[in-house]
Design a protein around this ligand. Structure first.
Ligand SMILES: [Fe+2]
Length: 460
């Protein structure tokens, strides 16, 4: 895996320091006094002439109400927009993990990047079972884990999962996939050792890792429990968002009735304090108006997960060609996912184009992971900062691409390549994207790299 580029890191650290001082309304003189710096040195730090060091971060976190991590940028280990992990590097990361005294899995790393929350592993099942019973004593269960898991199955793999104390076993075949919720115990075995049996276990944090987890760790268990909004198919999950906005604005049921024209009785139903009801589209509009929010803020999410998982068998997966029937570059198959995670997309991609010119670029706002399935190599070309690059990925190679990097795939040999794609949303959520779209002129440039004091010393 490539080493991070330090030069950009220092530049981003300098910008974060300036932005933090601006937020705290400290000009250079005040910042120097607070941080115990010689006159003139703060500008050296914020211009990048002098690297921000650990001592400065410690001092800033002591005297200012912020955290060291607020001043720490992230590494860019994907400067061309795409990073590859070769099959042989993946094999070199191989390690056997034993459960109950016998080797149970072989793990191999696949492509990861520091900017994305993927932790994707190639995992071979070493335990062979003779039946599909969930209580087979040869099955070694884990304790569940934080990360969401999308799993793609290759060969005769048994998938086991547990939800609310009940255990299930589903025999899987090549092309089947499953998406699972955090902390649900699961396991995998092989039904035979006569053919390969492995999975691509693509785990990722999405919005759960990073700042939200750190904030809740400080707030504590009870607050985290109280902040959890239920995801249920009935009316109870519609009431949560409305109640939250009422509490935020100190809005009483009588006040909300006056603002919306709805009866107090109806308000009680919609906020879950009486017999529960789901708001009609018209009621959502007046509630959003009355609470000063958008309709989307009042809509509960939907989940189709059953017992914590969404299973997609290859035999009944949707499949279509892209970009159109007249000039098909790819055949796509939709894999497992869940409406609870609208910013995750999983696809199996069969590459039909035999040359770069006859193919079609694929672009997404998401972080993107690729794994070359099957036996055929695939040519990939992509563009970043006006520069076009090409590479050939062999079977077992994997790659990561940054958001909005256009990627074109084509066949190298007579065999159509097959590629697994898992695309996930990062920290740039729709809320952030809307905020970027609403900023004043030059706002975006200064947001990603603040380079100046928030006012002019000379005055204007
Ligand atoms: Fe797992």
């Amino acid at each position: 895996m490539s080493a991070p580029v330090v030069e950009g890191f220092d530049r981003r650290a300098a910008a974060l320091l300036r932005a933090a001082a601006n937020d705290l309304k400290r000009d250079d003189d005040n910042a120097e006094r607070d941080l115990g710096l010689e006159p003139g040195t703060f500008a050296e730090y914020t211009s990048g002439r002098r690297p921000v060091d650990w001592a400065l971060l410690r001092r800033a976190a002591e005297v200012w109400p912020l955290n060291e991590r607020d001043l720490l940028p992230i590494h860019d280990d994907c400067p061309t927009g795409l990073t590859v992990l070769r099959a042989k590097e993946s094999v070199a990361s191989s390690r056997l993990l034993a459960r109950g005294g016998t080797d149970y899995y072989e793990y191999r790393d696949t492509a990861m990047a520091r900017i994305a929350s993927y932790r994707p592993e190639w995992i071979r099942m070493l335990q062979v079972v003779e039946d599909d019973r969930a209580d087979n004593p040869k099955v070694q269960w884990n304790r569940g884990h934080l990360l969401y898991q999308f799993t793609y199955f290759v060969g005769p793999v048994n998938y086991y999962y547990r939800w609310e104390g009940r255990s299930y076993c589903v025999p899987m075949r090549t092309g089947d996939s499953v998406w699972g919720l955090p902390f649900a115990p699961h396991s995998f075995t092989a039904r035979t050792d006569a053919e390969p049996a492995y999975i691509l276990a693509l785990t990722y944090g999405g919005g759960l890792t990073g700042d939200a987890q750190r904030e809740l760790a400080v707030l504590g268990r009870q607050t985290a429990r109280d902040l959890a909004l239920p995801v249920t198919p009935d009316a109870s999950s519609a009431a949560g968002p409305v109640r939250s906005f009422m509490a935020a604005g100190c809005v009483t049921p009588a006040e909300l009735a006056a603002r919306t024209g709805l009866t107090p009785e109806r308000i009680r139903q919609l906020t879950g304090t009486g017999p529960q009801a789901v708001p009609t589209p018209e009621e959502l509009t007046v509630l959003a108006d009355g609470l000063g929010v958008s309709v989307r803020d009042l809509l509960p999410p939907r989940s189709t997960a059953r017992h914590g998982v969404s299973i997609q068998h290859a035999r009944d997966a949707r499949s279509w060609v892209y970009p159109d029937e007249a000039r098909p570059a790819y055949r796509l198959t939709r894999l497992a996912g869940d409406p609870l995670h609208p910013y995750t997309s999983s696809l199996q991609l069969d590459v039909l184009a035999t040359a770069d010119a006859g193919s079609a670029p694929l672009t997404t706002y998401q972080h993107q992971y690729l794994f070359v399935l099957g036996d055929a190599p695939v040519r990939i070309s992509w563009e970043r900062d006006g520069e076009r690059r090409t590479d050939v990925l062999e079977p077992g190679d994997s790659a990561y691409t940054e958001p909005l990097v256009p990627l074109t795939l084509s066949a190298v040999t007579g065999t159509a390549p097959r590629v697994l794609l898992l695309r996930i949303g990062g920290q740039v959520t729709p809320e952030v994207r809307h905020a970027l779209g609403a900023m004043a002129e030059q706002g975006i440039d200064r947001y990603i790299a603040e380079d100046r004091l928030w006012y002019s010393k000379e005055g204007h």
